[in-house]
Design a protein around this ligand. Structure first.
Ligand SMILES: O=C(O)CCC(=O)C(=O)O
Length: 280
């Protein structure tokens, strides 16, 4: 059984702020594996590949999602690295399923921001899940992930934003859930506590799906790559139909109310047994 690797202060910070930065938790071998995976993924884009470079340009911005079944490096990382145990400890989970890989790459000088948004309003998932943001290049604080501390506890579901173009609102006319407009976080400096950590490969930021987060671009002279991995605890279920605009991997075979687990969402870690091992 794996020993807990997360300090109680970090668990407290995750619960209080909705985000925490874990330092030096992934060795260079794991980062090299993800590096190779991203290179393979860029050479073999999946169906969700997107170039979201905005009109302000300044450097290309691309992303891709749900590719682990064709990128063995991603699968191996999800099943064998310490990543699942880290999020399991933070969520206080008994079991952790891997649900999604997503990479972001912003080239040097990219001025396209990632708009303020919360992941919960893009996913029909109820229960406990989280996002693990893993830098593959150093990110200065100004180019890192930005998170509004405590926003996961505001009890709000915010209108999802488009990442492409002007970062406008999604067309959510058919939505069944009450949505609030995303507040103007940057327009009211000082009103919100914004967490923004300078990070190195080996660190990761774990955040709650209701935490508002954004990225301002990449002002550095080199490309900035990161992986966002999504993980579900045993309490996470498929909440079909509440967000008709939501994206989720097709052919997952889940019915409304079923637990997020199965072929598309492999169980990779349990508190009792630790990592369940690799088939990759
Ligand atoms: O890295 C970024 O620019 C955005 C990350 C993000 O929005 C996410 O992981 O949900």
């Amino acid at each position: 059984m794996d020993k807990p690797r997360v300090a109680s202060e970090s668990i407290e910070a995750y619960r209080r702020d909705g985000a925490v930065c874990l330092r030096r938790v992934l060795t260079p071998e794991w980062i090299d594996l993800l590096d190779r995976g991203v290179e393979r993924n860029i050479a073999n884009p999946g169906p969700w590949f997107t170039d979201f470079t905005g009109a302000s340009g300044g450097g290309r911005c691309i992303k891709d999602d749900f590719c682990w079944e064709m990128i063995p490096e991603y699968e191996r990382f999800a099943r064998c690295s310490p990543a699942a145990a880290l999020v399991g400890e933070l969520m206080g989970a008994a079991e952790v399923c891997f649900t999604e890989d997503q990479y972001f790459q912003k080239e040097a000088g990219a001025s396209t921001p990632t708009p303020w948004h919360q992941d919960q309003s893009y996913y029909e998932v109820k229960g406990e899940w989280c996002i693990q943001w893993i830098p593959l290049d150093p990110h200065a604080a100004e180019d890192s992930l930005r998170i509004v501390a405590g926003s996961h506890e505001w009890g709000a579901l915010f209108t999802p934003k488009s990442f492409a173009g002007d970062g406008g609102d999604f067309d959510v006319k058919q939505g069944q859930s009450p949505l609030r407009p995303v507040p103007d976080i940057d327009g009211e400096p000082g009103r919100y506590r914004v967490l923004q950590w300078a990070v190195e490969p080996g660190d990761c930021i774990v955040f709650h799906p209701r935490a508002l987060h954004a990225n301002s671009g990449n002002r550095s002279a080199r490309r900035a790559r990161r992986m966002s991995l999504r993980w579900a605890s045993e309490s996470a279920t498929y909440d079909k139909g509440v967000l008709p605009w939501a994206t989720f991997v097709p052919d997952h075979g889940l019915e409304h109310g079923q637990r997020i687990i199965g072929r598309k969402f492999p169980l990779v870690w349990t508190r009792a047994e630790g990592l369940l091992g690799a088939s990759a």
